[in-house]
Design a binder for this molecule. Structure first.
Ligand code: GDP
Ligand code: FE
Ligand code: FE
Ligand code: FE
Length: 197
């Protein structure tokens, strides 16, 4: 059982079984690698609830393979910001995905849910677990892209700079693709970009 002191009360075996049957093999491997990275970052940066960081890693992309209809229904059901209907899976799987996680696992821990909510878009105000998950998702052992090594070094030297580095690269990537950028991603960029200097 994960740390019940954290109020999470969910058995690792049950969770892994559910994830294995819900996610593609590739994404199942990804979430386990994010959990490992999050655990290591938690220890390094003195985040005491190490098992919560690990659980955040395991759960963060749980909703990623749900259909658009599922997210649209959740947006209506929970009366979320109607602007969300103008976005897609990339934004929904975190921001809306936490409602599916609450429904399917009965998880209520606000800190855990918040970290998963913003794991793709970040926030201008991020707590330690938020930063750990955001960065762990980017640097997990299976990631192979230009700049990942620099991101891995920064993650252990200066966590705010690692948040900034990732956000700059994501915004640059999206602009190059000529796709819309979610406003909260821009707020994250503005809040953290100076941390690289
Ligand atoms: P993953 O779920 O492990 O693949 O990683 P993330 O949840 O961090 O990101 C998922 C995808 O969303 C990536 O392809 C990002 O480039 C993309 N993404 C991140 N921020 C934004 C945004 O503001 N707008 C859009 N359209 N896509 C974004
Ligand atoms: Fe994700
Ligand atoms: Fe990410
Ligand atoms: Fe991910």
């Amino acid at each position: 059982v994960f740390d019940n002191n954290a109020g999470l009360g969910i058995s690792r075996d049950v969770l892994l079984t559910k994830l294995a049957e819900t996610l593609s093999p590739k994404r199942f491997a990804h979430v386990q690698q994010v959990a490992d990275a999050a655990k290591q970052l938690a220890v390094h940066w003195g985040y005491a609830a190490v098992e919560k960081a690990e659980l955040a890693g395991l759960l963060h992309d749980y909703a990623k393979e749900a259909s658009d209809d599922v997210f649209i229904s959740l947006i209506h059901k929970y009366k979320l910001d109607p602007d969300l209907l103008n976005w897609h899976n990339n934004v929904w799987h975190g921001v809306v995905g936490i409602y599916k996680i609450q429904e399917d696992f009965g998880i209520t821990d606000p800190e855990l849910l918040r970290a998963i909510e913003i794991h793709t878009v970040g926030s201008s105000q991020m707590g330690l677990l938020d930063k750990i998950l955001y960065v762990a998702d980017y640097i997990e052992a299976g990631r192979r892209f230009e700049g990942v090594e620099a991101a891995r070094v920064l993650a252990y030297e200066d966590l705010d700079a690692a948040v900034a580095y990732e956000t700059v690269h994501t915004v640059t990537f999206l602009a190059h693709q000529q796709v819309r950028i979610y406003p909260q991603t821009i707020l994250t960029y503005n809040a953290y970009v100076d941390k690289l200097r």
